[in-house]
Design a protein around this ligand. Structure first.
Ligand SMILES: Cc1ncc(COP(=O)(O)O)c(C=O)c1O
Length: 337
């Protein structure tokens, strides 16, 4: 099987496991795990922020991040295809009382004019007040799209002028950095809080870090515990993330090349699909439903995800080769052709 359902399917290497085995650990609920402290400090520094908080998942880091800006009954604005809107099981509404309004954008790329049109920071006693804007970079369901820096800058200015918080879901910000060469801190400083994931293309088994001010991270730490996310000797996991930071970032470029090789097979067969900027390709399934395409691809030895009624997604990662991805592209082209 060539498993392209997600880059979350990557498994830790022997060297990563060795780094985990050697980690110094302590009880993190008492803030006594030295490896977690190193990871949190390092990620905060990389993103140009004061402090970090290690979390079990990207979803938890997003819930904690958005909650730093929004009180129950206020709203966060985001893209209609945002992970926080589509794929976090309604956590923001169910757990922290946040409401959401969304804009629609081609490929998930944020348009500052759409944000401006929705922003309603001081809506008074009749309408819901906007307390946060959320942007995803790269955009998962948009097809791994990289947000243009000028658009992010304009959104940042809009939010700061309006006194509204700005959260970045940077689960795959590493991919954006590798694709553009733009520094993590250049992206990070535009936002008030940022979440990044280590369990996607970076290949760690578990782990995300939320960054922001020291005050926000202290408050997020309390909410994390309230939600049952306080953990103890999790330095074992933080060690995997540190290993990934040192050894697995640059090779994301290979995942991007593999995604282009996959797509090239489709376009060579006349299938209209955009050249991917990073490691995610979304493919329209035409006359077939996405369920039919996923089932037929699986029979052919390729695992894909259905992300819409007639849309499938392939995600390249460090556990599949460029040749395997090209093969997968040929198999999918055969099904769609
Ligand atoms: C863009 C984005 N944000 C957040 C997440 C959530 O990560 P987790 O599965 O660790 O909760 C994902 C997961 O795939 C994602 O793609």
């Amino acid at each position: 099987m060539i498993d392209l359902r997600s880059d979350t399917v990557t498994v830790p290497t022997a060297a990563m496991r060795a780094a985990m085995a050697e980690a110094e650990v302590g009880d993190d609920v008492y803030a006594e795990d030295p490896t977690i402290a190193v990871l949190e400090g390092r990620v905060a520094g990389l993103l140009g922020h004061e402090a970090g908080l290690f979390c079990a998942t990207g979803s938890l880091a997003n819930v904690l991040g958005v909650a730093q800006h929004v009180r129950p009954g206020q709203e966060v604005l985001c893209d209609s295809g945002a992970h926080i809107a589509r794929a976090e099981m309604g956590a923001h509404g169910a757990l922290t009382g946040v409401t959401m309004r969304t804009w629609v954008s081609p490929d998930g790329r944020v348009d500052p004019a759409c944000v401006e049109a929705l922003l309603s920071p001081d809506a008074g006693p009749y309408l819901v007040s906007t307390a946060c804007v959320e942007v995803e970079n790269t955009h998962n369901f948009g097809g791994g799209t990289v947000q243009p820096l000028d658009a992010l800058g304009a959104v940042s200015t809009l939010c700061r002028d309006a006194g509204v918080g700005l959260h970045l879901d940077g689960a795959r910000l590493w991919n954006a950095q590798v694709a553009t060469g733009i520094g993590l801190d250049t992206y990070g400083r535009l936002f008030d809080t940022v979440s990044v994931c280590f369990s996607k293309g970076l290949g760690a088994p578990v782990g995300s870090v939320l960054v922001g001010s020291a005050e926000q991270m202290a408050s997020a730490r309390i909410l994390r515990k309230r939600l049952g996310g306080g953990w103890r000797q999790a330095g074992l996991l933080a060690a995997a993330c540190l290993y990934a930071l040192d050894h697995h970032v640059a090779s994301l470029a290979e995942d991007h090349a593999a995604a282009r090789a996959f797509t090239a097979e489709l376009t060579a067969s006349g299938i209209d699909v955009a050249t991917p900027e990073t490691n995610i390709v979304v493919v329209p399934t035409g006359a077939l439903t996405s369920g039919e395409v996923v089932a037929r691809a699986s029979e052919g030895g390729v695992r894909l995800s259905a992300v819409g009624a007639r849309l499938v997604r392939a995600v390249t990662h460090r556990d599949v080769s460029l040749d395997q991805c090209a093969d997968a592209g040929r198999i999918l082209a055969g099904i769609l052709g």
